[in-house]
Design a binder for this molecule. Structure first.
Ligand code: NDP
Ligand code: 2IT
Length: 446
């Protein structure tokens, strides 16, 4: 089976040359499911691997819009409809200048397995554009979102494909996107997007869900080893949606978070990050994290984001973007005594960094399990939209708790059965792969 997986990986390389991010995630998943293939050769005989790595559909489109000066701007929009075995395609939209096919295909591939782990009826997709919301006025962002949705609206729907936020897409963008969808389709299909405002059918706790869910997962992992999160020093990267609510819940658990960052640099606050100040800078003023040091004399600001991993800590929570922890950063973290790493971002650790953590017996919570709380709560938003009701914050949070515990236990169980007891990377991949693969077999050759 190892040879078979190698052959499939060669094929994927040939057909997707230069798509480094996509090739990296495919390699991670496929190499860890070998024991499962040995147990059930039907997955090989019916070419499940080959089918899974091929997107069901890719949509690429032109997004023309006018800026505040009246000049015409052009961006490229995408939607990757990766796998609909378990439910409608589901996954976020990313607006960032780095967006390309490789990044979106990696995110869509991850999303398929992440969504399967939630236990909720959602397939996997991802989309976005190489649009940079930074420095744009609200008016420009609105015009961009409207043009983007004018094309996207014919490819999505509550039972077809349900986008949400990701980097550069938050409540403001979802609002503009939903407004345009509603106008064009002339139908209040609330379940077509998630992450909506709570006054127009959004779910309470969706904003907090990814960061909170990450901490619920990490706490389960630590509790299992008899390690108390209270009093631990935590390093967080990023200062967007995931980072903000990861910090909030880590602090609520009694941990001390000493850093956060953006794409320009990081702040280190020995007194613990003042989250109200971060929210004011990032959510209200849409400013830079550098500004934090201007009002917090004890805090240090450092240019460049990689340095954040040289800060001594017990727990590291990468919550910014892909490949932010490379082998060198992993070595720095281990040398400084890190005990656990929890991935809030998607694929923030490179494959060699993960291998290094595992060799050094660092507890490692992989992204597709640890950050699944966001999309799980999106699925809860879809459920509330279907029944035209809104659950309380406590009810959604309680369900999120249970979902994250189930994901942890399922990853752990499969790690013990098929790999090594603490190998949650393999455990999560196997649990998710099995579910998607079995449904694909049940559906026949489609
Ligand atoms: P936001 O746009 O809210 O925040 C992103 C943060 O990461 C910002 O602080 C941003 O800094 C920083 N960042 C972005 N790109 C880079 C880069 N290339 N280098 C360094 N820093 C960077 O996004 P989210 O918090 O929603 O997403 C963060 C991560 O979490 C992503 O990997 C996303 O895919 C993942 N994720 C998000 C979920 C969600 O529900 N939102 C769910 C699951 C995973 P700056 O402002 O300078 O750009
Ligand atoms: O990466 C992710 O899981 C997300 N950006 C959330 C997707 C969603 O549909 O809520």
């Amino acid at each position: 089976m190892k040879q078979y997986v190698q052959d499939v990986l060669e094929l994927v390389k040939r057909r997707n040359a230069e798509q480094t991010e996509f090739l990296s995630t495919v390699k991670e998943v496929l190499t860890t499911v070998v024991p499962l293939l040995e147990e059930n050769p039907r997955y090989r005989d019916e070419k499940i691997l080959e089918r899974m790595v091929e997107c069901e559909r890719i949509i690429i489109f032109r997004v023309p819009w006018q800026d505040d000066k009246g000049e015409i701007q052009l961006n490229r929009g995408y939607r990757i409809q990766m796998n609909s075995a378990i439910g409608p395609y589901k996954g976020g939209l990313r607006f960032h200048p780095s967006v390309n096919l490789s990044i979106l295909k990696f995110l869509a591939f991850e999303q398929v397995f992440k969504n399967a782990l939630t236990g909720l009826p959602i397939g996997g997709g991802k989309g976005g554009a190489d649009f940079d919301p930074k420095g744009k006025s609200d008016n420009e962002v609105m015009h961009f979102c409207q043009s983007f949705m004018t094309e996207l609206c014919r490819h999505i729907g509550p039972n077809v494909d349900v986008p949400a936020g990701d980097i550069g897409v938050g409540g403001r963008e979802i609002g503009y996107l939903f407004g345009q969808y509603k106008r064009i389709r002339d139908s209040y299909d609330a379940g077509v997007l998630t992450g909506k405002g709570v006054d127009y059918w959004g779910s309470l706790a969706r904003t907090e869900a990814t960061g909170y869910g990450l901490l619920y997962f990490v706490k389960n992992m630590l509790d299992d080893k008899g390690i108390d999160i209270k009093g631990k020093t935590v390093v967080v990267s990023g200062s967007g949606n995931v980072a903000t609510y990861a910090i909030e819940k880590a602090q609520a658990f009694g941990a001390k978070v000493v850093t956060c960052s953006d794409s320009n640099g990081y702040v280190y606050d020995p007194d613990g990050i003042d989250l109200a100040a971060v929210k004011e800078i990032k959510q209200v003023r849409r400013g830079r994290i550098k500004e934090y040091a201007q009002t917090h004399p004890k805090a240090e600001y450092h240019e460049g984001c990689k340095g954040v991993w040289t800060v001594k800590c017990d727990i590291a929570l990468p919550c910014a973007t892909q490949s932010e922890i490379d082998l060198e950063s992993a070595k720095a973290l281990v040398a400084n005594g890190v005990q656990a790493v929890g991935e809030g971002a998607n694929m923030p650790s490179t494959l060699d960094a993960i291998a290094y953590f595992q060799e050094n017996k660092i507890l490692f919570a992989p992204a597709k399990a640890a950050n699944a709380g966001g999309v799980a709560t999106s699925a809860l938003e879809m459920a509330q939209n279907s029944e035209r009701l809104q659950w309380t914050f406590e009810e959604v949070d309680e369900r999120l708790h249970r979902i994250m515990k189930n994901i942890y236990e399922s990853a752990k169980r499969n790690a013990e059965k098929y790999a090594a007891p603490d190998d949650l990377v393999a455990g999560a991949n196997i649990a998710a792969f099995k579910k998607v693969a079995d449904v694909m077999l049940a559906h026949g050759l489609v």
